[in-house]
Design a protein around this ligand. Structure first.
Ligand code: PHE
Length: 357
């Protein structure tokens, strides 16, 4: 009996089989337990002989079970260790990291360049009222310039008023069609602060603007940067120097040349459209040199009517302003040829053109 029990224990294939062996031998109705129970009915002489034998059997079986259990557990652990090894020499999977959008990158670059020239950054609301976006900029209601920019008007009958404007606003409200209303807000604030006396102004205003347009070079939302300088004795010469200095710093080339073409904006007089010279390198247009010209921004001397509308004396204060498409600057500097993906948030595109943080 002992040999059979021990043999079964030693060949038990797993912990479950071993437990079955234990119940079979040492359980309540097990073979060894049954034998132990017979001791009570034996004569003292017989018990003296059988007692140690049966106890010995119980111990042998218990020891065999404990040994087998240890062996099985060690084998299970070895198998687990073998299957779960980690190769510490393999490269780790890094969590995906975001990139800086080229437009954000360009906005940062512009803010830095203009900070060196003493310009502060100003902002204004994207939902703008008609007065700041048009009227104060010398664009009266009947003026064709309003049709020039495909304006998004907010529904005046809408009961949804989810946007709380910190500035007093009067309908009709529009999505601002350019950053020029920030000129107005800045000058009005200066006039208010100085009780109409005025003070020098040097600001840039980067931000989102909206026009109803959609093709390879137009998106309904895009970015502009406005520049405004107000002081005493400001001339077109200051404007040209500022633009030249800014574009040379931005494109990181000293051979950037500008061409000012007479133009028309209701809020500047005289007005000039500014072209930047490019050269052809392997069929691609590269900013610098003067093989050809590309329009990059609108500018001019701030119209005296605009200065007046803001509550400043145009006989005392003059200045220049300019407005430039940021997305276009980004495309020119970083070789992006279609504007639409700039706003489509395709991770592959962002990985390709984005900047690491
Ligand atoms: N606001 C004009 C536009 O969006 C650009 C501009 C700004 C022109 C400032 C002159 C002065 O087209």
């Amino acid at each position: 009996m002992q040999t059979d029990l021990v043999a079964a224990i030693q060949t038990a294939a797993g912990l479950d089989a071993l437990e079955a062996c234990r119940v079979h031998a040492l359980g309540k109705a097990g073979a060894v337990t049954t034998l132990l129970k017979t001791l009570g009915k034996m004569s003292p002489e017989e018990r003296l002989v059988q007692g140690p034998r049966i106890q010995g059997l119980r111990e042998t079986v218990a020891t065999a079970i404990a040994d087998r259990k240890g062996a099985l557990e060690r084998a299970a652990l070895d198998a687990r260790l073998a299957s779960e090894t980690i190769d510490m020499t393999l490269p780790a999977d890094l969590p995906p990291a975001g990139t800086i959008h080229p437009v954000s990158q360009v906005m940062d670059e512009l803010a830095e360049i203009f900070a060196d020239l003493g310009f502060a950054v100003a902002t204004g609301p994207e939902i703008e009222d008609d007065w700041h976006n048009f009227s104060a900029l010398n664009i009266p209601e009947t003026h064709p310039a309003r049709a020039m920019q495909d304006t998004f008007y907010l529904d005046p009958n809408s009961t949804e008023r989810t946007v709380i404007d910190e500035w007093a606003a009067a309908p009709p409200m529009v999505l601002r069609t350019h950053t020029s209303p920030v000129q107005i807000r800045t000058m009005v604030e200066v006039a208010r602060r100085s009780s109409g006396a005025g003070e020098p102004i040097r600001i840039i205003a980067p931000g989102r603007v909206y026009r109803s347009d959609w093709d390879a070079t137009h998106t309904p939302m895009f970015h502009q940067i406005e520049g405004l300088v107000i002081d005493k004795g400001i001339t077109l010469g200051h404007l040209k120097w500022t633009l030249e200095t800014f574009l040379r710093a931005f494109f990181e080339r000293d051979d950037v040349v500008l061409r000012l073409r007479p133009s028309y904006f209701p809020f500047t007089e005289p007005s000039a459209e500014v072209d930047v010279g490019f050269s052809l390198e392997k069929g691609k247009r590269v900013i610098g040199g003067s093989d050809g010209w590309m329009e990059v921004l609108g500018s001019g001397m701030v119209h005296r009517k605009v200065i007046e509308a803001c509550g400043l004396d145009p006989n005392e204060w003059q200045g220049f302003a300019f407005g430039c498409g940021i997305d276009r600057l980004a495309m020119l500097k970083y070789g992006i040829d279609d504007l639409r993906p700039v706003f489509e948030s395709d991770v592959r595109w962002l990985k390709h053109y984005g900047f690491s943080a």
